[in-house]
Design a protein around this ligand. Structure first.
Ligand code: AMP
Length: 504
């Protein structure tokens, strides 16, 4: 049997704390996880759901949410987490596409528009305090349903990922994908039952749901569950924890809130991912805390692919070598491996790689090399280079590549140069339509507070370092880069916000 919950429960120690609060009191044990997930599984089956049915979930982060997730796994149902920020039109797409039998919502949510859809799932509620009609049903449901005998390839979770074009696609992630990735990370990061996870990430995304929860659940280690990220609360709670996982924005906010070495005295590991960690943040963090952030790289479709080492050099600006069991290739447009240090498309293969997009065979076929899912390499859509020691640097998304006058410009190369300049906090380089060049390189810059940056000075400094075709045609200044909840810079939004420069 390859049910992910079965793997969690194999060595489950019922008396171990699962959830501890900031006063170090145990609020739930692993025994509670066993009982409550069984009750949720029974409740879901009593609603007429069968293994393979989808359960869409758009609720606040809570321990009941985790019990529900585990209940879905053990019943063989497909868990479908949705970002609470999704609007009506996006929700309509997910419901029409995935056809969930059940939609678990916050009682305050207004989903009246779903009445118009052809597919209308049953709804049950769970609020941020873990109360609601689904909780009531679970409370009165039996505690001992069997764990469904799922196989490696059976789908455990569907997570919708949004591309820049077309509608979001549902990535089908199997029990086997999740088990292999959780085990690989447990070994790579030396996770033990002595670890205490400070969990501040959302759990509708792979980072907080898979990486943030599976590692503690696999090892019976306690979790301090924060409803969301708050820098002051994290700093106050770090002395109780050993591991913290964040997106880069969390680290810059912790630094702005004055984090110090003594706050981190008990900490064994800080990891960063979901978006690139600025070299400046990496260095500032080392100086402020005396600890080194471990950067890793993954995506919805693949889970984690690479990680800087636990012991060994963590190289700034890189995401580390491929994890054991994961193969990474960097190739040119003909699919030939590029030379060490050169930039190309990153392809990955391994048990961690998903089995395709839900009911979208064309997109699935396009995304894998010709052998297809299972045997082929998945084309990540990221541009990368590999150094002689196998450390990978992510250069950006290939859709963000700028082609100006027929020449390729990698935004990251220019962003790194701009970020190093005096008076600059950070930057994003984008391509905007241009009548002569097709696309014009443009830089969007966030100056440091009170700094005096000018387009002329930025361009003059760049001219000393890079070829003319890479020099921005225009520089825009803004107070903050638009980012999503996972800390990713929304380049699409920048491309629509700023007008193309006139031809010059
Ligand atoms: P998602 O599917 O939302 O997890 O987004 C995955 C994408 O986030 C990847 O394809 C990368 O473009 C980006 N990403 C994740 N981790 C990193 C990282 N450490 N450095 C740079 N980009 C990253």
């Amino acid at each position: 049997m390859s049910n992910l919950y079965h793997v969690f429960s194999e060595h489950l120690q019922p008396k171990r704390p699962l959830l501890i609060n900031s006063n170090q009191e145990c609020e739930a044990t692993y025994g509670d996880l066993e009982t409550r997930s069984a009750q949720y599984a029974s409740a879901l089956l009593s609603l007429g759901l069968n293994p393979g049915d989808r359960v869409a979930v758009q609720i606040a982060k809570s321990i009941e949410n985790i019990y529900l997730y585990c209940g879905c796994l053990r019943a063989g149902l497909i868990y479908l987490p949705l970002n609470a920020a999704y609007q009506a039109s996006e929700l309509s797409h997910f419901i029409t596409d995935a056809k969930p039998k059940l939609f678990v919502i916050d009682p305050a949510a207004s989903i009246g528009h779903l009445d118009q859809l052809d597919h209308r799932p049953q709804t049950r509620t769970l609020d941020q305090d873990g109360r609601g009609s689904l909780r009531d049903l679970a409370d009165s449901s039996p505690t001992h349903p069997e764990i469904h005998p799922s196989q490696d390839q059976d789908i455990a979770v569907i997570v919708y990922t949004s591309g820049t074009t077309g509608l979001p696609k549902g990535a089908m992630i199997s029990h086997g994908n999740l088990i292999s990735n959780a085990r690989a990370l447990r070994t790579a990061w030396g996770w033990t039952d002595h670890d205490v996870m400070l969990h501040a990430l959302p759990i509708f995304h792979v980072h907080g749901l898979f990486v943030g929860l599976h590692l503690p659940l696999l090892s019976n280690s306690p979790i301090i569950l924060m409803p969301n990220f708050n820098a002051d609360a994290v700093i106050a709670t770090l002395p109780l924890a050993t591991v913290f996982m964040g997106v880069p924005t969390y680290y810059t906010r912790l630094l702005s809130s004055g984090i110090k070495a003594q706050d981190c005295a008990n900490m064994r590991l800080f990891t960063s991912g979901s978006a690139p960690l600025l070299s400046q943040t990496f260095t500032d963090w080392e100086q402020a805390t005396g600890t080194t952030i471990l950067e890793r790289y993954g995506m919805t479709e693949t889970g984690m692919n690479t990680s800087n080492p636990l012991s060994g050099e963590r190289k700034k600006g890189t995401v580390g070598p491929a994890l054991p069991g994961v193969k990474c290739r960097v190739v040119d447009s003909s699919g030939i491996d590029v030379a060490v240090g050169d930039t190309g498309d990153l392809w990955v293969k391994g048990e961690n790689v998903f089995s395709g997009y839900w009911q979208n065979p064309e997109k699935t076929a396009e995304s894998f090399t010709s052998e297809g899912p299972g045997d082929g390499f998945f084309k990540t859509g990221d541009l990368a280079s590999i150094d002689p020691e196998g450390y990978i640097t992510i250069v950006g998304r290939n859709k963000d590549l700028i082609i100006t006058g027929g020449l390729n410009v990698y935004p990251k190369e220019i962003e790194l140069l701009i970020d190093r300049m005096d008076g600059v906090l950070e930057s994003a380089v984008i391509g905007l339509p241009h009548p002569d060049f097709g696309e014009a390189v443009c830089a969007v810059i966030v100056p440091l507070d009170g700094a005096d940056c000018s387009q002329e000075a930025i361009i003059a400094t760049l001219k000393a370092d890079i070829a003319n075709f890479k020099i921005p045609k225009h520089v825009f200044f803004i107070p903050e880069l638009p980012r999503n909840t996972m800390g990713k810079v929304q380049k699409n939004e920048l491309r629509t916000r700023f007008s193309p420069p006139s031809s010059s």
